[in-house]
Design a protein around this ligand. Sequence first.
Ligand SMILES: *Cc1c(COP(=O)(O)O)cnc(C)c1O
Length: 238
Amino acid sequence: MLEIKWGETCLLPIRKLLSGSAKEAKFILLANPNNPTGTFVPISDIESLVAQSDRLIVLDEACVDFAPDSALRLIDRYSNLLILRTFSKSYAAAGIRVGFGFGHPEVIGRLRNMQNMFNMNVIGHAVGVSILAHRAAYAENHKHIKYERVRVNFALSQLGFSVTPSHTNFLLVRVPSGRDGTWWQTCLQRKKVLVAVPPDEGLEDCIRVSIGTKPQMDAFLAAVEEILEAETSRRSAV
Ligand SMILES: *Cc1c(COP(=O)(O)O)cnc(C)c1O
């Protein structure tokens, strides 16, 4: 079950990850930033875990381009760290189903042994290489998303929602009490706005809102206000 301390800095439970069942695990898979919470743990925490663990730490950095830091600088120093990235988020190319990774030569060497069985196709490979060559062109979009998520976070907070400080391209939003995430999802869908309800236990009163263009986010906020107004008048009519 996910434990979220709303509005607080998120720290990695390092001691838990070094003992108990984690000690027997073949590898430890962590997402930083995390999905669906949008939270980010300091790289010093990641380093502390990697340095103390004798397990392979697989670090999913799918959303890292929206975060303040990355663990890439640790790669040369630790042979038990594998970092995974994807073109699905910050490069807006989920359809090619291609990702990439960074690891110590020892880890990469072991992956190479089985690469032929699970390799990507040449078209996906070519598109990925081309995207990386033009990655500077995405910086403006990343800046827009970081700006917009702050604006939407503030607007939602004013309307009575709790929002985790996000380091990703989405916001995890706890809806005001009285209705759950699925109710909000249905109401928003009627207004042609699609949001996700995280399937995780403990997040039933949450929706996950992806950050889009400014007009899209304005439409989302307008829909939220309309729903809130309808709720208020319904309640006062009862
Ligand atoms: C979106 C996301 C993924 C999915 O990546 P794909 O390359 O599209 O499979 C994986 N991990 C995290 C943390 C994500 O947010």
